[in-house]
Design a protein. Structure first.
Length: 65
């Protein structure tokens, strides 16, 4: 049986935390920043935790993590 390959898009977007949790960086922080408020940009700096319903799907995309 061949090895499972890691999903290239998922490995760039998610990092494994302790237990079965994954973190990600918030979207909308790359360009068109002049129209966004300082508070909104500051909140986008913080990452997010993948919801419990999506955790199993992300874990399947990243078998080696």
């Amino acid at each position: 049986m061949p090895k499972m390959k890691t999903h290239s898009g998922a490995k760039k977007r998610f990092r494994k935390l302790k237990g079965k949790k994954f973190k990600y960086a918030c979207a909308s922080k790359r360009h068109l920043l002049t129209k966004k408020t300082t508070k909104r940009k500051r909140d986008l700096r913080k990452g997010g935790i993948v919801s419990a319903s999506d955790t199993n799907r992300i874990a399947r995309l990243l078998p080696n993590s």
